[in-house]
Design a protein around this ligand. Sequence first.
Ligand SMILES: Nc1ncnc2c1ncn2[C@@H]1O[C@H](COP(=O)(O)OP(=O)(O)OP(=O)(O)O)[C@@H](O)[C@H]1O
Ligand SMILES: [Mg+2]
Length: 225
Amino acid sequence: MEKIVLELISIGKFYKDGENILWILKNVNLKIYKGTFISIVAPSGSGKSTLLNIMATLDRPSEGKVIIDNEDTSKLDDVRLSKIRATKIGFVFQQFNLIPELTAYENVILPFVFSGNTDEEYAKNLMIRLGLGERLRFYPSQLSGGQKQRVAIARALVNRPKILFADEPTGNLDPDSAKEVLNVFRELNRDGNTIVLVTHDYNIAKTAQKIYTIKNKTLVEVDDI
Ligand SMILES: Nc1ncnc2c1ncn2[C@@H]1O[C@H](COP(=O)(O)OP(=O)(O)OP(=O)(O)O)[C@@H](O)[C@H]1O
Ligand SMILES: [Mg+2]
């Protein structure tokens, strides 16, 4: 039996706008097996980031459950949730979100503060593997877009998360750097990492093994568009 790393059960999300209730997601169900690479491709405003943030426990659903590594996160308080985020989840953003005052290496080991890990050798090897061996002491302003995103990916992986989430990770990159970053995801998946990538671009979504879209506020698998 393949191991399920993350499961969504009947997830719904709404926002209140005065008297009105605005549903963004309804009855979203998903099982993510260890070692798989899935993508979610849908147009702007369809709820991709909302769903990814719920999966990564950055946001809470209005209804339903998010089970991560066999633990029902809906029952957990914020302290326990931040512990799960620090140890089991990696997140990569479109805007890189690097700290400009810290070097590439210092950015990568920043999550150690929250996890209590100290394996600097692992952090360095990760950077070498991502082609950043010569860039450890560079500041974000001294890096290309692709290099910045690879630093962000190394930072997301430094605590050996169970699952890596990426929200439009190539959205700020030129086509060559985008290709390079997608290759990194492919290699990381080949090495056993579980990845969820969100994009509005079908050509990018195709990098994954399994493609989903959001249709009528729910998640459906795309066989072929
Ligand atoms: N805090 C909020 N309050 C009210 N509505 C919100 C809030 N956050 C998001 N929404 C709405 O939820 C919908 C989905 O937003 P979301 O950011 O998930 O879309 P997306 O698919 O990631 O879009 P994009 O491709 O542009 O990033 C949008 O219509 C947005 O206006
Ligand atoms: Mg978004």
